[in-house]
Design a protein around this ligand. Sequence first.
Ligand code: NAD
Length: 466
Amino acid sequence: MDPFEDTLRRLREAFGAGRTRPAEFRTEQLQALSRFLQDNRKLLQDALAQDLHKSAFESDISELIMCQNEVDLALRNLHTWMKDEPATNNLLTKLGSAFIRKEPYGLVLIIAPWNYPLNLTLMPLVGAIAAGNCVVLKPSEMSKGAEKVLAEVLPRYLDQSCFAVVLGGPEETGRLLEHKFDYILFTGSPRVGKIVMTAAAKHLTPVTLELGGKNPCYVDDNCDPQTVANRVTWFRYFNTGQTCVAPDYVLCTPETRERLLPALQSAITRFYGEDPRSSPDLGRIINQKHFQRLQALLRCGRVAIGGQSDESQRYIAPTVLVDVQEAEPVMQEEIFGPILPILTVGGLDEAIAFINRREKPLALYAFSNNNQVVKQLLERTSSGSFGGNEGFIYLTLSSLPLGGVGHSGMGKYHGKFSFETFSHHRACMLAPPGLEKLNEPRYPPYSERTQQLISWALSFPTCTLL
Ligand code: NAD
């Protein structure tokens, strides 16, 4: 028996009946999502604390407030976003009107990971609802607390004929993916991204893949080490390093490394105390499997700061590794935990060469007092996003897209980009039924004169004559 069949049929029927298309319906559902966030704030914070030992501060700024802002933005802009977009005519089409209609794809599947289990399910959901789709949400089975709230509480707020939360791990998700969807947004690892894309290809379903990777962080000799250390520390150990856009490793010269180490130690102690294990602001590793994977990475290079761990609590101290070889596992896989290797290079050119011979990262960071250095990193590399003297705070801007490039993913969302992602851009041309005489020159038999006339007419894309 197929556990998903009934749900998917119900959603398809609702979409087919046009239920999700009216602006009023989209507005109601977004308002309901807003109420879900407000009514259940404590419940959601508790779920995140249960899953990741996430502090209320980090839960608020990286999950709840971001989701709320996303809903508010969509509610404010929905009517503008939904409007047909006028397109430029040429002389040949001047009598008609050309425009782009943003129409919903239909049935959308959103598959989410566990590290920001609310943000990464609800942010895309906002865009999919705003664009007028029916949605199947598949939260991660690893973040049990969030999964439970999403499965048990969220459906009470949304129209269940159009939106469903389904549960399951790799096996169930594999079965779910055998079904045809009209759009899939997947957030997770590149390995599973390939599985999702292969399944989508069978139905020619378009995908957005929000993947991970290793994000380089270049620190220039010309910098204030303490300022850099504060920023890198916060962004590396935020959510215990379990952030797709976290700086994954530092590249700097040996001299800068020596200046950076005491500054990093000082920032870690100031942020998390002498014993970070007792800090309420430092989270825990999601599960035993990831804890053991990270513990093995602690054996790479040499521990310069931290290195302590406690399996019973799935605790790993904020750690800095030095003398790491590029071939070691910590430089081969995405770290996704509170471990920061520092690799030394001869300078900017060597750092750029190092970055460019690896897969394109999801994010890239450059710290320098010299603007030219930051600009060079920006010019001569490629990544999903870029932070100059800054970490991933840009994620709070709905005016910027979130998305990878190459191995770190394809497509983008957040804010208006989400609405665009979940909308098919339908090219439309409405011509008058009469005035057929004006069309005569385009029909055979062709002549040199009509060829010239049509060529001329085609070359006036913005002409307002006629
Ligand atoms: P994951 O790829 O293991 O799992 C993601 C989702 O896919 C989960 O819902 C899971 O149930 C499902 N899944 C797992 N195996 C599957 C399979 N074989 N077939 C079908 N579905 C399967 O990722 P994760 O461990 O949950 O999250 C960590 C990864 O996600 C990291 O690589 C991280 O960088 C990435 N990530 C990316 C972003 C982004 O915005 N680009 C954000 C957060 C996390």
